[in-house]
Design a protein around this ligand. Structure first.
Ligand code: GLN
Length: 446
């Protein structure tokens, strides 16, 4: 299986370009598992899996698709990598992404442009575009991505696969190269809902290396997945079906609502009035956190160092000017500005208040409803190059996923039809730590 997987990846990497690194030791590792015998208690024993290139690994480079880390290899494995290894998974490679996970199309990678397997002229979404594309192309059954504002769910929607962003704290972030630490979560991409639940089973749980990882007990996410949705109360927020959403997407989501009703759930319209400020608050808060997290790339501690410098200050300036791409620099500038003494009250503090209002909106709805359903993205996959010159247009891609990160809630995208040969995504949002209900409803729908 691993041999075939690697062959297929290599054959398609010229066109799809899902991978930055293909693991040449994978076949050897699979052989070792064969010789030791497949572990009957682990369904991932001997199964090829792909990792986003911001999850650190000892055996392969980790670049975060940045020139800054072009030749960087970690001295330790991320916790999710360790857990998957223990489950017997075989890592076939590291997938392409937007540099430091900043973007919605994977076009911000310093090294490659990943393509959407459904139509090679379109983007796979981002920032976890490579992890989505490899599952969508049928190269692997599963991969891991990370989601700060939509980077698992939007690419899942664009490529027609299942992508889960778990509750903040459900999965350890140890070894995930930090972007916005109060938003970032690691999560699985799979071809179907049940596989997704099984993969979350492996990676979830408290970790002493990540103080924000939750002590809450981890249920078996796949157990009872086939219970159906009879009696479930689902909310349909009207702000998520507004003017910015393409008509064909609205139609698919209305149809999904009808399907849920026919399966015995109730679906009712609700309002989340403050979510429309989500994108604005997110770009202040996430960029502020990014500007602080990315301080460590100074030319001394990790990766790239500019040659021919005059003094220490020159080393910092040249390394960061040459090592970071435009979008990363833009975020550092926005973040540093928002945190500066003169603007902190006006921007950071205001954005933090908006975040609280959005959290309250969700809490109110979850008093009466078990789930919220929305479109994942406002459109289907757009053409390569179509939005890359306009950062604002690119930022609006995540209008429907960002509020979920602001509130730390679990959210999953799953396929809900096609328009012009391109997949449409349905987003299911749950109460904190209630990924189980999301999986149950997803399983009933697919
Ligand atoms: N597209 C959003 C951004 O650029 C979200 C990215 C992500 O979730 N990592 O910030």
């Amino acid at each position: 299986l691993t041999k075939q997987t690697i062959e297929k990846i290599k054959e398609q990497n010229e066109s799809v370009q899902a991978y930055l690194t293909i693991n040449d030791k994978a076949i050897e590792q699979a052989k070792a598992i064969d010789e030791a015998g497949i572990d009957p208690d682990s369904i991932f024993s001997g199964i090829p899996i792909a990792l986003k290139d911001n999850l650190v690994t000892k055996e392969m480079k980790t670049t975060a698709a940045s020139k800054m880390l072009e030749n960087f290899t970690s001295i330790f494995d991320a916790t999710v990598v360790e857990k998957l290894k223990a489950a017997g998974a075989v890592f076939v490679g590291k997938t392409n992404m937007d540099e430091f996970a900043m973007g919605s199309s994977t076009e911000n990678s310093a090294f490659a442009t990943t393509r959407n397997p459904w139509n090679l002229d379109t983007v796979p979404g981002g920032s976890s575009g490579g992890s989505a594309a490899t599952v969508s192309a049928g190269q692997v059954l599963a991969s891991l991505g990370s989601d700060t504002g939509g980077s698992i769910r939007q690419p899942a929607a664009f490529t027609g696969v299942v992508g889960m962003k778990p509750t903040y704290g459900r999965v350890s972030r140890w070894g995930l190269i930090a972007f916005g630490s109060s938003f970032d979560q690691i999560g699985p991409f799979t071809r179907n809902v049940k596989d997704n639940a099984h993969l979350l089973n492996v990676i979830a749980g408290h970790d002493e290396h990540d103080a924000t990882s939750s002590l809450k007990e981890v249920p078996d996410f796949a157990e009872g997945i086939d219970q159906g949705v009879k009696g479930l109360k689902i909310a349909l927020p009207k702000e998520f079906l507004g003017d910015g959403v393409k008509p064909e997407i609205k139609e698919a989501i209305q149809k999904a609502a009808e399907t849920y009703k026919s399966l015995g759930a109730t679906v009712e319209e609700v309002s989340l009035p403050n979510t429309k400020y989500g994108v604005m608050a997110y770009y202040v808060l996430a960029s502020s956190e990014a500007s602080s997290n990315l301080e460590r790339f100074d030319g001394i501690r990790y990766g790239f160092r500019a040659p021919e410098v005059k003094n220490l200050e020159d080393l910092y300036v040249k390394t960061r000017s040459e090592g970071f791409g435009d979008e990363v620099k833009r975020r550092i500038m926005i973040g540093t500005f928002s945190l500066s003494a003169g603007s902190f009250d006006k921007y950071f503090k205001q954005a933090a208040k908006v975040r609280t209002k959005i959290i309250n909106d969700f809490q109110k709805v979850f008093k009466d409803y078990d789930l919220i359903m929305t479109p994942t993205a406002t459109s289907t996959a757009f053409k390569i190059g179509e939005e890359s010159s306009d950062p604002m247009e690119m930022y609006l891609n995540d209008a429907l996923t960002i509020p979920v990160n602001l509130a730390g809630l679990p959210g999953m995208s799953l396929p809900a039809g096609f328009s012009n040969g391109l997949p449409i995504g349905l987003q299911l949002i749950g109460r904190p730590f209630d990924e189980k209900t999301i999986y149950r409803a997803g399983y009933a729908f697919e």
